[in-house]
Design a protein around this ligand. Structure first.
Ligand SMILES: [Mg+2]
Length: 283
């Protein structure tokens, strides 16, 4: 029997194309001591303040979230925003430098995306990161031109994103709503309909067995599990949990989804992204 024929590739971004857990935790925790010094606050207090900001945005990486911490507001809240940013410039630069160093594609990702794109199969990015952060990462990694579309969550900072385009002139950006979060398959159905490709010709790749694999199997698409994306230093994960936006309701929802999808199996398990090329026929 031949390989499954795929006419539309939908891929998750964080921990599927690059290690978000490691790069974000690294950049965030290099910024924190600098911010503590500038704001004259201890680290545990500032982390508590960050967690409150993240919960308010329902997002653990709102752009310039530091400006909204109680300590920053106490020190600079009376200033115009440009001056608030300038006062914490050293902290923001520390974050940017670390991110530039740590944000890297997993091995084989660029080459594999290029091969799939060259076969004529459209590639769609589907992420629960916010539009502004997803666009930034695709641009920073130099791969936005390989995607036909990006489906992401709206968020604070989206004013910086053109509603229909980000870095690549050919990339269409679509926002879905917070009540369509993975593993709800409605966004995958929307993508299937936008590209007029039947679910049985669609492949969805992601590192979450529940969110990515569960959603794909529920709507009848092929699912590849990016197992390599679940391998990182647990210390980085614990650092993120310390400042996460997740509420008790989010945890309950995740538990329910895990229960619902406990029998779900992926069609392929990937040791690296490039394994896709030997497991599926594109085009
Ligand atoms: Mg992911």
């Amino acid at each position: 029997m031949g390989l499954p024929r795929i006419e539309l590739l939908v891929t998750d971004l964080d921990n599927t194309l690059y290690d978000w857990v490691t790069f974000f935790s690294t950049a965030f925790y290099e910024m924190v001591p600098v911010a503590c010094r500038l704001l004259d606050v201890d680290e545990e207090s500032l982390l508590d303040e960050f967690r409150d900001v993240h919960r308010r945005h329902h997002d653990s990486e709102p752009p310039y979230g530091l400006l909204e911490t109680r300590s920053a507001l106490r020190c600079h809240g009376h200033l115009p925003v440009a001056e608030q940013k300038a006062a914490l410039d050293e902290a923001f630069h520390t974050f940017d430098r670390a991110r530039k160093r740590a944000l890297r594609l997993y091995p084989g990702v660029r080459e594999t995306l290029a091969r799939v794109a060259a076969s004529g199969v459209p590639i769609v990015a589907y992420t629960e990161a916010t539009m502004v952060n997803a666009c930034f990462r695709l641009d920073a990694l130099g791969i936005s031109g390989l995607f036909a579309a990006l489906y992401a969550l709206p968020g604070s900072g989206d004013a910086c994103v053109d509603p229909d385009r980000c870095g690549s002139p050919s990339l269409v950006v679509r926002a879905f709503s917070a009540n369509q979060r993975k593993p709800d398959p409605s966004v995958l159905r929307w993508i299937s309909s936008d590209f007029a490709v039947a679910p049985e010709r669609m492949l969805h790749v992601g590192d979450s067995l529940v969110g990515d694999v569960g959603a794909a199997k529920e709507m009848g698409a092929y699912a590849a599990w990016a197992r390599y994306g679940t391998v990182y230093d647990p210390v980085h994960w614990q650092c993120l949990v310390r400042i996460t936006h997740w509420t008790d309701e989010d945890v309950r929802r995740a538990e329910a989804a895990r229960h619902h999808h406990q029998g779900t199996r992926p069609d392929a398990v990937l040791s690296e992204f490039g394994d896709l090329l030997s497991m599926f026929a594109f085009g």
